[in-house]
Write a protein that binds this ligand. Structure first.
Ligand code: ASP
Length: 421
C-alpha cells in the first residue's frame, strides 16, 4: 500500500474515534479517556511526531538551500525567483481574502446572532510588521537557527550559498559535502514520514475529541462559509492560476499534493510541514531544488491564503454580530492588513488568531469578539493550514515552470517519488 493511502485511512479512523469520544461525552476532566487517551497516548504520540518533523526543518532548509543556490550558479535567477514568488504569494493572499469577504458578506453570516454578550478574548500583542523586516537579517545566525527563525535562516543560507559559489573552485569538497548532507536530510524525511499513519490518527482523534461540538452547531454559518470558501480557493482560484500561469495539469497536481495536505491538516502547522512540502515539490512534482529550496520555506513563512480567508470571514461575522458596518473602506483596510499580517503570521497552530487581533484593532472591531470563534478554531486551523501549504506548492510550481526548472516528465508521472510501505 502507498504510504499516503495508509495516512488517509488513519485520518478517517482518527475522525471517527475523535467524534465518537466527543459525542459520547466521555472525555471529561479526570476520566480514564481523558487521562490515558486524549491527553495521554494521543497527545504523546502526536507531539513526538510533530517534534520529529520540526527537528528536520532547519537543517533541511539549510542543506537544500545552500547547494540549491550553488546549483543555480546565477544570482540573477535567484533574484527573479525571489521577486516572482513574493509577488505571487502576496497576490494569491489578497485574492483569497477578497473572495472570503465576498462569500461571507453574500451569505450575511452572523446577522442577527445574539452571541455578542458571550465574547471573551484578551488580544495578544502582534509583532509590528517593521520588526518582521528587521529580523530578516539575524544578528546571530546560531540563535536564528535555534529559534527556527525562517526568514533569517533563508537569508543566511542564501548569503552562504552565494559566497560558496564565489569560492567554488577552491572548495569542491565542501560543495560535495553539503550535497551529501542534503541527501541525508531527505532520507530522514522519508523515515519520519513512516510514523505518519500512527501519528495522524492520534493528532486528529485528539483534536476532534476536544472540539466544542455545541459551538460548532451554534457557529455553523461561520464554519460552513469558511470551509466552502477554502475549498473554492483551492479548486477554482489556485488551480486556475496553476493552469493559466504554470500550464500544468491541476488534476495531477491535486493528486500529488495530497500527502502534504494531509500532514498540514493533522499538524495545523505549515512550518512543521516544510519537510513534506519540500519533498513533494521536488520528488513528486519535479521542481528543481534551486527553486523549491527557496520558495517552500519562504512560502510557509509569508504565504497564508487559508489564514487570510479565516480573517476575512471572521471580520464579516463579528462585524455582523455586533451590528457594525465596516463599509467599503473598512473591508479594503482588512484586505491590506491581512496581506501584511500574513507575512508576520507564525506558521504554527493558531498563529493566525494572533494576527486577527491586529486586523480587528485596525478596523475598530471588538477584539473580545474573537472569543466567539475560538472554540471551533482548532478544526478550521486544520483546514486553512492545508490551504496555506497548497498555495506554497502552487506558486513554487508556477515559478519553477516559468524558469524552466520543472521536470514535466516527473510532474506527469503519477508514480514519481511515491513512498511504498
Ligand atoms: N496554522 C496555520 C499555519 O501554520 C497558521 C494559522 O492560520 O493559524 O499555516
Amino acid at each position: 500500500m502507498h504510504l499516503t493511502t495508509r495516512v488517509i485511512i488513519s485520518l478517517v479512523l482518527g475522525i471517527i474515534v475523535g467524534l465518537g469520544i466527543n459525542f459520547s461525552g466521555i472525555n471529561v476532566e479526570g476520566s480514564f479517556v481523558q487521562e490515558y487517551l486524549t491527553t495521554g497516548a494521543f497527545y504523546v504520540v502526536g507531539t513526538i511526531f510533530v517534534n520529529a518533523l520540526k527537528m528536520l526543518v532547519v537543517p533541511l532548509v539549510l542543506f537544500s538551500l545552500i547547494p540549491g543556490i550553488v546549483g543555480i550558479g546565477d544570482v540573477r535567477l535567484l533574484g527573479r525567483v525571489g521577486s516572482k514568488s513574493f509577488a505571487l504569494y502576496m497576490f494569491t493572499t489578497a485574492v483569497a481574502i477578497a473572495t472570503a469577504i465576498l462569500f461571507a458578506a453574500g451569505f450575511g453570516i452572523g446577522e442577527g446572532l445574539p452571541l455578542a454578550g458571550n465574547a471573551e478574548f484578551l488580544g495578544q500583542e502582534a509583532p509590528p510588521v517593521s520588526q518582521v523586516f528587521i529580523n530578516i537579517v539575524p544578528d546571530n545566525p546560531i540563535a536564528a537557527m535555534a529559534e527556527g527563525d525562517m526568514l533569517a535562516i533563508i537569508f543566511y543560507s542564501i548569503l552562504f550559498g552565494i559566497s560558496l559559489l564565489a569560492v567554488a573552485k577552491e572548495s569542491p569538497d565542501l560543495i560535495k559535502l553539503v550535497e551529501q548532507l542534503n541527501g541525508v536530510m531527505m532520507k530522514m524525511v522519508t523515515i519520519v514520514m513512516h510514523l505518519a499513519p500512527y501519528a495522524v490518527f492520534c493528532l486528529v482523534a485528539k483534536a476532534l475529541a476536544e472540539l466544542g461540538i455545541d459551538l460548532l452547531i451554534e457557529l455553523v454559518g461561520y464554519v460552513l462559509v469558511l470551509a466552502f470558501a477554502l475549498v473554492f480557493h483551492v479548486l477554482v482560484t489556485q488551480m486556475t492560476l496553476l493552469k493559466v500561469l504554470g500550464r500544468l495539469n491541476p488534476v495531477m497536481f491535486l493528486r500529488k499534493i495530497r500527502t502534504a495536505q494531509l500532514f498540514a491538516f493533522s499538524t495545523s502547522s505549515s512550518g512543521a510541514t516544510i519537510p513534506i512540502t519540500l519533498r513533494t515539490t521536488q520528488e513528486r512534482l519535479g521542481v528543481d531544488r534551486s527553486v523549491s529550496a527557496f520558495t517552500v520555506p519562504f512560502g510557509a513563512t509569508i504565504n497564508m491564503d487559508g489564514t487570510a480567508m479565516m480573517q476575512g470571514v471572521a471580520t464579516v461575522f463579528i462585524a455582523n454580530i455586533y451590528g457594525l458596518d465596516l463599509g467599503m473602506s473598512g473591508y479594503l483596510t482588512v484586505i491590506v492588513m491581512a496581506v501584511l499580517a500574513s507575512i508576520g503570521t507564525a506558521a504554527v497552530p493558531a498563529g493566525g488568531l494572533v494576527m486577527l487581533t491586529m486586523v480587528f484593532n485596525q478596523v475598530g472591531l471588538p477584539v473580545e469578539g474573537i472569543g466567539l470563534i475560538l472554540g471551533v478554531d482548532r478544526l478550521l486551523d486544520m483546514l486553512r493550514t492545508s490551504v496555506n501549504v497548497t498555495g506554497d506548492a502552487v506558486v513554487t510550481s508556477i515559478v519553477a515552470r516559468g524558469e524552466g526548472k520543472l521536470d514535466l516528465e516527473v510532474f506527469n508521472d503519477p508514480e514519481a517519488g511515491v513512498i511504498d510501505d
